[in-house]
Design a protein around this ligand. Structure first.
Ligand SMILES: [Zn+2]
Length: 354
């Protein structure tokens, strides 16, 4: 799914590290001595805009923040125009998370959850990410326009963190040794109040010789006691990479006073690290009055009638909470258009009035 090769034209041979964090950016980097490549995402206003707009309970906002950081880490690998969509579907109090990344760097996100169940969990003090999600699956979809450029990878969610699910995904679908770190925090500053921040790092081992990419299987939990785990000697470079990313602290990923370049340098300077041109991220929805109008026109008259309240049809975007208000008469398809569409549909599916 992700294309690990970086565009060489993006290479900047000399780059002075900036002193402070450049928020809402993805910084690609490379440690060629260890055959490691990675990306570091730092999100400030972009993630705060999304989370503040929704005003979700804190643990839900935190979880969605992690999903946003993960989506940006993965979506920013897209080399062509397209979308990357991360979606969870689980049996826990947070039954669905959706994060939508559109090139270049536009994100939107929302969560569906059971208010009462979340409140109960918060009260009991056990509203962890894993518990909020429960079990189900995580789907990651790449959509590059045409039907045959759509790709979906699925991975089970079993009460663990999103980081664990991402590791499992890369192991089973991509077969690229990968480590991911995610962090979300609230920043309190005088005069500016409270704001959400998120950060994440992805590190991948991409040796020229594929036989070096060996990774051990996860120990089968249901095997009889005493069964030895699958032992594979991992490459020394990858072992070193894993131990280095393992030292990244949550606070380093979200610290506004620590720049991405400095963090990458702090972690990998002994081996020599090179950074590439960073990519900007912005919170931006793709809904519009025209889109909503077209959607309403595609509904049956009966469906539209059921949506009328106080003489109006009101539609609120689940991602950005924008509200669109229509006069029912304005969203009735014009008869010529409707006939044409119904003919087209009839030709395509062989039936009318779906
Ligand atoms: Zn919207």
């Amino acid at each position: 799914m992700t294309n690990p090769s970086l565009d060489p034209s993006l290479d900047i041979p000399v780059r002075a590290p900036s002193a402070t964090s450049a928020d809402d950016t993805v910084l690609p980097f490379e440690i060629s001595a260890l055959d490691l490549r990675g990306r570091l995402v730092r999100l400030g206003p972009a993630v705060d805009d999304i989370l503040a707009r929704h005003n979700y309970p804190k643990p839900v906002a935190q979880l969605l923040g992690e999903a946003i950081a993960l989506t940006v880490l993965l979506g920013s690998a897209l080399k062509m125009e397209g979308r990357f969509i991360l979606q969870t579907q689980t049996d826990g109090p947070v039954r669905m998370l959706v994060v939508d990344y559109r090139t270049p760097g536009k994100i939107r996100a929302c969560a569906r959850f059971d208010k009462k169940a979340v409140a109960t969990m918060i009260e009991a003090g056990n509203a962890t990410s894993g518990a909020l999600l429960g079990t189900g699956h995580l789907a990651m979809t790449i959509d590059q326009g045409s039907a045959n450029s759509r790709y979906q990878g699925l991975v089970a969610l079993t009460g663990g963190r999103l980081e664990d699910a991402a590791h499992e995904y890369f192991k089973s679908s991509e077969q690229i040794p990968t480590r991911v770190r995610l962090a979300v925090a609230e920043e309190f500053s005088q005069g500016k109040g409270q704001h959400w921040r998120a950060g994440g790092m992805l590190l991948q081992f991409l040796p020229k010789a594929p036989e070096r990419m060996k990774v051990a299987d996860i120990h089968p939990g249901d095997a009889p006691e005493g069964t030895p785990g699958h032992v594979v000697e991992e490459d020394d470079s990858w072992l070193e990479g894993q131990s280095l990313i393992g030292t990244v602290e949550d606070v380093e990923l979200v610290d506004p006073a620590l720049s991405s370049e400095r963090l990458v340098y702090r972690l990998f300077h002994e081996r020599g690290v090179r950074v590439f041109k960073s990519l900007d991220i912005v919170s931006q929805c793709s809904c519009s009055r025209d889109n909503v109008e077209a959607m309403l026109k595609s509904f049956s008259q009966d469906d539209r009638d059921h949506m009328v309240e106080n003489g109006k049809i009101s539609v609120t975007c689940e991602f950005c909470s924008s509200n669109y208000l229509f006069d029912p008469a304005d969203v009735v398809p014009d008869p010529a258009e409707a006939e044409k569409e119904s003919e087209e549909q009839g030709e395509a599916s062989g039936k009318h009035g779906a």
